[in-house]
Ligand binder design. Structure first.
Ligand SMILES: Cc1ncc(COP(=O)(O)O)c(C=O)c1O
Length: 395
């Protein structure tokens, strides 16, 4: 059934495309839930993939939103505003004002700086609206605020009438493969929350934690995810903090639901090296941790999955850039121009993070494969030259 639907897309092929398998995504969410302690809520970081939001709105507790554009997408898709966490280092004052004055909007804001806190206080005062915030603790980067500043805000919490400080948010990076690192962070957060309680009589109701759970993108990767999640759950359960815990997850939730289909458009041998050119490329295919195309991601040649792989090829994209190499020295079956390659684990960040406008190539079509194995087109191909064309008529 699934295969038939994909074959239909391949018959009507007019350029590289993504397919996001919603059934698989929902299974992944259930797996994540069942792997975590019951008390833990799940928040989806929508930057990873905005195309699947509507399909999983009911399956998740929160959506982390980092820009006005992401906020608009979520509003248009009907995401419950109570589930929205408005995050990010630059919250446009205009956008914040509009959200605060909008009675329909009931989301939470993270506080990334003292300046942001002032803006939130100003507008909550101006419109007499109660505003819920999470204070983002810095991980020694441009994100979040210092412990002392958090202390300062909480110490003076009685002075700000309309601000409800729910607790702390923390995110320090992605693709964290070491439970030890997660342990260090959770221990630190636990101690910090204890200090707030002991020194300021402030009990955080919430901790929102971006786990940065890893995804195994390459065939050589070795990782026991079940064991990893078991150890992580033990860490959560051993915390002294007893309030609500929400895990902010992007990559680990959506990566494996996505496939990217791209066709071989040229083949050649230059100075003894075999090159095949695809109509897609690195602007649409992003594998975190890929280094000089040395690692082999999970991919196959459609219809030739079981064939013997007896020749090495360098798979190159269609950008005019020497960097546009997807894999070096990949063993492949007997291939020809017109064959389609399918790359796996592309559900996270590929459609949102790629350098899509480089060389004014089209943006790929995006299909969802729904739970009944029916294909839904949620974005047609988009020409991008308009974004790179100067407009002299503009006033
Ligand atoms: C604040 C915040 N939370 C969560 C995430 C999601 O991270 P990941 O995709 O590693 O789960 C990010 C990613 O940049 C982030 O900035």
């Amino acid at each position: 059934m699934r295969e038939q639907e994909i074959n239909k897309l391949l018959e009507n092929y007019d350029g590289a495309f993504y397919v996001y398998d919603i059934g698989k995504l929902k299974q992944r969410i259930s797996f994540l839930r069942s792997s975590m302690p019951n008390k833990v809520s799940l928040c989806y970081a929508v930057k990873a993939n905005t195309f699947v939001i509507k399909e999983i709105e009911k399956d998740l507790d929160r959506f982390e939103i980092c820009s006005p554009g992401e906020a608009n997408i979520c509003r248009k898709l009907g995401v419950d505003t109570e589930k929205m966490v408005i995050s990010g280092v630059y919250k446009t004052p205009y956008v914040i004002e509009n959200m605060i004055k909008d009675k329909e909007f009931k989301g939470i804001y993270t506080v990334e700086s003292m300046h942001q806190f002032e803006i939130l206080c100003k507008f909550s005062e101006k419109y007499g609206r109660n505003v819920k915030v999470l204070l983002r603790l810095t991980n020694d980067s441009q994100f979040g605020i210092n412990e002392e500043d958090i202390f300062e805000i909480i110490k003076n919490r009685e002075r700000v009438n309309n601000i409800d400080i729910l607790g702390i948010q923390y995110f320090s990076g992605t693709q964290k493969q070491s439970v030890k690192k997660l342990k260090r962070e959770l221990t630190h957060l636990d101690e910090f929350l204890k200090r707030l309680e002991a020194e300021l009589s402030y009990t955080a109701k919430e901790l929102e934690y971006g786990t940065g759970f890893p995804v195994m993108y390459f065939e050589a990767d070795e990782f026991n995810e079940e064991e990893f999640f078991k150890e992580f759950s033990e860490l959560i359960n051993s915390m002294e903090y007893r309030g609500k815990i929400t895990l902010e997850i992007g990559r680990s939730m959506v990566a494996d639901c996505g496939e990217y289909y791209t066709r071989i458009v040229d083949m050649k041998t230059n100075k003894g090296q075999n090159y095949l050119l695809i109509d897609g490329g690195m602007h649409q295919l992003v594998y975190y941790g890929q280094h000089m195309a040395m690692k082999q991601p999970y991919f196959a040649v459609c219809g030739k999955e079981k064939d013997k792989k007896d020749k090495l090829w360098n798979i190159c994209g269609s950008l005019c850039s020497m960097n546009d190499i997807i894999v070096k020295q990949a063993a492949m079956p007997d291939i020809k121009i017109g064959d389609t390659l399918v790359f796996k684990n592309v559900g996270a960040y590929c459609s949102t993070e790629g350098i899509s406008l480089f060389l004014s190539r089209d943006l790929p079509t995006v299909y969802l494969l729904n739970e009944n194995n029916k294909i839904i087109t949620v974005r047609s191909r988009i020409e991008t030259e308009v974004f790179n064309t100067p407009n002299y008529e503009r006033k």
